[in-house]
Ligand binder design. Structure first.
Ligand code: SF4
Length: 82
């Protein structure tokens, strides 16, 4: 898993970018309202007590995308790589 800081993607500054061969996941720390939907839905992937808090090996990419779609603030986003 790669982690990138402060990279500009999709015309927005993301705090972190995580990726596998299949999916690229973006997180905006400022937009995150800590509403907890993501870790309630999948604590293996999204665990705020862990560093880095996102672990894309914790679930299949489709499940990760499903959880990201639950994020109410837009702090999480993803794109498919292929
Ligand atoms: S669901 Fe979105 S807003 Fe809520 S904690 Fe996760 S990233 Fe932050």
């Amino acid at each position: 898993m790669n982690e990138t800081m402060g990279e500009e993607t999709m015309e927005k500054k993301w705090t972190r970018i995580y990726e596998t061969d299949e999916i690229r996941v973006f997180w905006d720390a400022e937009a995150c309202t800590h509403a907890s939907e993501c870790w309630k839905a999948n604590i293996k992937v999204f665990d705020p007590r862990r560093k880095p808090w996102v672990d894309l090996t914790g679930a299949p990419a489709k499940e990760i995308a499903r959880v990201i779609d639950l994020c109410p603030s837009g702090a999480l986003a993803y794109e498919w790589k292929s």
